[in-house]
Design a protein around this ligand. Structure first.
Ligand code: ATP
Length: 374
C-alpha cells in the first residue's frame, strides 16, 4: 500500500505528508529490505514516536503519569478495580511484523538492531504474528548487558530478558483491554512483567504490601492499570530506585539537567514521609553516597586524564546485526568504541565502551582553574 493511503486514515493529506518529510518531522528509515517512516515531531494525529509502514501505522507508546503519594494518588485516580504490575527497569520496545519481518522499535521509533536480533529468543514470533496479523507486542528489554540502561532488575543476572506488558494493534491508537491482553500473553506463553493481580482502590494496605515487597527485592516500582479504560494508567516507584537512579547518573552530573536529581530527591522524601514516617540517619549517608561519591570519583578520574566510560557487552545471534547496531548508535550520536568481538557458543559477544566526553571536558575546565559565572 502507498504511504499516502496509510496516512489518509488519520486525516493526513498527500501535501501535508510530503511537507513533513521535507521538514524532517518524518524521517525515512531502512533496515534490510524494510522501509518505514519515523515520526520525529507530531504530524496531525501522529505523535512523536509513531511509525508509518506499508502494513499500517504503529502509534506511539504513550507517556505514563506518575503519582508521588501512593494512597492519595490512588484515591484521586480510581473508583473501580485496578491491576498492578511490576515496573521493570529496562528500555521500551514495540515488536511488530513489517513486510514479513519481525522488527523491534524503540520508544523514539528507531529500529533497534540489537533488540530485533534478540527478540526471537523470547517470543514465538511465527505463531504470534501468523495467528494475530497486525498485533504489536509492547514490552521492556532489561538486564545488565544492554546498550541503553545501566540499571536493571536484580533478578536478571546476565544478558537481557524480554518482559511483555502491553498489546496494541496496527492502525489503532490505544491498547487492548487489560484482560484481553493477559489472555493473549498466556495463550502464547509470552514472558511478561510480574502481575500482582486485581486490587480494589480502597485496598491501600494491599498496595502498600506490594510496594514493600518491590522495595525489599530491589525492584523499580509498579504500574497501576485500570479495568475502566476511562481511568488512567499510573506509575509509582520505590525509594530504592530513586537512590539507584541518582547513583548511576551522578558520575555525569556535570552534563545533566539538575531536575533529574531534584525530582528523585523529592520522590524519595515523599516516599519516606508516607511509608517510613521518619528520617533515619543511614538515609543521609545513602544520599551522600549516591549523589556526592560518584561525581567525586569522576573528578578523580579526570584529574588522572581518564575519560569517563560506561562499558557494556551485547550478545548477537546474527553477525550482520552487529554493524547495524554500530550504525544505529552513530545515528543516535552516541560516542563509543568497540573493544572486542568474539564468537561464544550461539552468540557473537561484542564489548563496547561509551565515552562521556562532555563530562570530561566540563570537569577538566573546572580542574584547570577556568573562570565561570554561575
Ligand atoms: P515516560 O515518557 O512515560 O515518562 P520514561 O522513559 O521516563 O517514560 P519511566 O518513567 O521509566 O520511563 O516509565 C514509563 C516506562 O516504564 C514505559 O515506557 C515502559 O517502557 C516501562 N515499563 C516497565 N514496566 C512496565 C509495565 N509493567 N507496564 C507498562 N510500562 C512499563
Amino acid at each position: 500500500m502507498q504511504m499516502y493511503e496509510v496516512v489518509k486514515q488519520v486525516g493526513i493529506s498527500e501535501p501535508m505528508w510530503k511537507e513533513s518529510i521535507e521538514k524532517h518531522d518524518v524521517i525515512h528509515e531502512e533496515f534490510g529490505n524494510i522501509c518505514v517512516y519515523r515520526v520525529a515531531k507530531k504530524v496531525g494525529l501522529l505523535e512523536k514516536g509513531s511509525i508509518v509502514t506499508q502494513d499500517g501505522i504503529i502509534f506511539d507508546f504513550p507517556r505514563i503519569a506518575r503519582i508521588m503519594h501512593l494512597e492519595n494518588g490512588i484515591y484521586h485516580a480510581y473508583t473501580q478495580p485496578v491491576y498492578v504490575e511490576e515496573k521493570v527497569d529496562g528500555y521500551n520496545v514495540r515488536i511488530a511484523r513489517i513486510q514479513g519481518q519481525i522488527v523491534a522499535f524503540s520508544r523514539g521509533a528507531y529500529i533497534c538492531p540489537f533488540s530485533t536480533d534478540r527478540i526471537v529468543d523470547f517470543l514465538d514470533v511465527k505463531r504470534i504474528f501468523d495467528e494475530n496479523p497486525g498485533l504489536i507486542v509492547c514490552g521492556e528489554f532489561a538486564g545488565p548487558d544492554n546498550p541503553y540502561n545501566i540499571e536493571h532488575p536484580p533478578y536478571v543476572k546476565e544478558d537481557i530478558r524480554f518482559f511483555a506488558f502491553d498489546l496494541m494493534v496496527m492502525n489503532k491508537p490505544h491498547n487492548l483491554p487489560i484482560e484481553e491482553r493477559y489472555k493473549l500473553f498466556d495463550i502464547y506463553d509470552m514472558p511478561t512483567v510480574r502481575r500482582f493481580g486485581c486490587f480494589s482502590p480502597s485496598d491501600i494496605s494491599g498496595l502498600k504490601e506490594v510496594v514493600k515487597e518491590l522495595e525489599e527485592k530491589g525492584c523499580e516500582g509498579m504500574l497501576i492499570k485500570p479495568i475502566n479504560p476511562l481511568e488512567k494508567t499510573l506509575k509509582y516507584v520505590t525509594l530504592g530506585s530513586c537512590f539507584r537512579d541518582i547513583r548511576v547518573t551522578a558520575p555525569l552530573m556535570a552534563e545533566m539537567m539538575s531536575e533529574f536529581f531534584t525530582h528523585r530527591i523529592i520522590r524519595a522524601a515523599l516516599s519516606i514521609h508516607e511509608h517510613t514516617h521518619s528520617l533515619k540517619p543511614e538515609v543521609f549517608a545513602q544520599l551522600g553516597e549516591s549523589l556526592l561519591k560518584p561525581i567525586y570519583e569522576s573528578i578523580t578520574k579526570v584529574a588522572r586524564e581518564e575519560v569517563i566510560e560506561e562499558r557494556f557487552l551485547l550478545r548477537f545471534r546474527e553477525e550482520k546485526n552487529i554493524q547495524r547496531m554500530i550504525d544505529h548508535l552513530y545515528k543516535c550520536k552516541v560516542k563509543f568504541e568497540v573493544l572486542s568481538k568474539s564468537r561464544e557458543g550461539d552468540y557473537w559477544h561484542v564489548r563496547f565502551a561509551k565515552k562521556c566526553y562532555a563530562s570530561y571536558e566540563i570537569l577538566q575546565k573546572h580542574l584547570g582553574g577556568s573562570f565561570h559565572v554561575d
